[in-house]
Design a protein around this ligand. Structure first.
Ligand code: PEP
Ligand code: MN
Length: 338
């Protein structure tokens, strides 16, 4: 249920109402909107609660949340959520661009990419230190050494660091160095990991599982939100289909669809979505035209030498062209690349 408080309700009244909801055995999530405050009361539905809450003086109305994902739903919060960390701003008028290599490979590589993408206008730096690889014999990432290099790149450029965390045991370690915790496609339904990153209160970039439905995707986000962490960024990175001309199939209709269902920002990963560097620029342009709130792109100084995902990585020069085109397209839609 959504308990919509009257405009006149004070902070104290909101807190008391939240307590009252908790006393009923429900979980209360306070959502402060621009217009008014609502409290999402989450839990098993029982008889009589709606009428009881509705009879309270400071309550305007109580409405059921129809979507299975409760806190993520536009029914609970119609205004778009904007996630900001350092200069990376994702949502609302801002299209945040995160760029960098698939994996952190060494000091020279990460500092060179960081400088190049910063100069081209990116505000976030991606780079995996813990890598989920299909084969156990492939490069698994530089681990904590990689995290330290990302932090050094942030010190040098001011870029917000986006990096993957693969297990609840590493959340504390990765959180020490990162600005945004990435949950990879393979872990979208790792519910303990979702809860663990939910507890941090740090921005979380949640990638769609390669075979996850929209409801499963939004319910995965709900696991993070349910821990009290409201800073969730959804990322479409392509799904597995019968089609083999691209690594995955990148469905851009998920952008307007998700905007109809959730207030959470949605970004696109055209690198994993296509697997082919030459297709990446066009998919960036199309993603912005489709209304995405950001992009996450793989950029490598020498893609042919990359230790992972070289075939889908663009060079810094191509990235610069992408940024220039994206700025123009964003402007047509009254938005800007932050
Ligand atoms: C990545 O970002 O390098 C990555 C492993 O992505 P995904 O989880 O989408 O496969
Ligand atoms: Mn990759």
């Amino acid at each position: 249920m959504i308990v919509v408080m009257k405009r006149s309700a004070t902070e104290e009244m909101v807190q008391q109402m939240a307590q009252r909801i908790e006393n009923m055995g429900l979980k209360a999530h306070i959502i402060v909107g621009t217009e008014r405050t609502v409290i999402a009361a989450i839990g098993e539905k029982r008889n009589g609660e709606q009428a009881t809450l509705e009879s309270c003086e400071e309550v305007d109305k109580v409405v059921p949340i129809l979507a299975p994902f409760k806190i993520a739903s536009v029914e609970t919060k119609p205004e778009p959520t904007v996630v900001q960390v350092r200069d990376l701003k994702i949502g609302g008028d801002s299209i945040g661009v995160i760029a960098g290599p698939c994996s952190v490979e060494g000091e020279e590589q990460i500092l060179a990419v960081a400088q190049a993408v910063k100069q081209a206008g990116a505000t976030g730096l991606r780079g995996g230190a813990f890598k989920p690889r299909t084969s156990p014999y492939s490069f698994q990432g530089m681990k904590e050494d990689g995290l330290k290099l990302l932090a050094a790149a942030r010190d040098m450029t001011g870029l917000a660091i986006v990096t993957e965390v693969m297990t609840p045991h590493h959340v504390e370690l990765v959180a020490k160095y990162a600005d945004v915790l990435q949950i990879g496609a393979r872990n979208m339904q790792n519910y303990h990991l979702l809860q663990a990153v939910g507890e941090t209160r740090m921005p979380v970039l949640l990638k769609r599982g390669a075979s996850a439905t929209m409801d499963e995707f939004l319910l995965a986000a709900e696991y993070i939100l349910d821990q009290g962490n409201s800073q969730v960024i959804l990322c479409e990175r392509g799904v597995r289909t019968f089609e083999a001309h691209t690594r995955f199939t990148l469905p851009l209709a998920t952008v307007p669809y998700l905007h109809e269902k959730t207030h959470l920002p949605i970004i696109i990963d055209p690198s994993h979505g296509t697997g082919i560097a030459s297709l990446v620029p066009s998919m960036c342009h199309a993603s912005i035209a489709a209304g995405c709130d950001g992009l996450i792109l793989e950029v490598h100084p020498d893609p042919s030498q990359a230790l992972s995902d070289g075939a889908q990585s663009v060079t810094p020069a191509v990235f610069q062209d992408i940024m220039e085109q994206c700025r123009k397209i964003a402007e047509v839609f009254g938005r800007h690349c932050s």
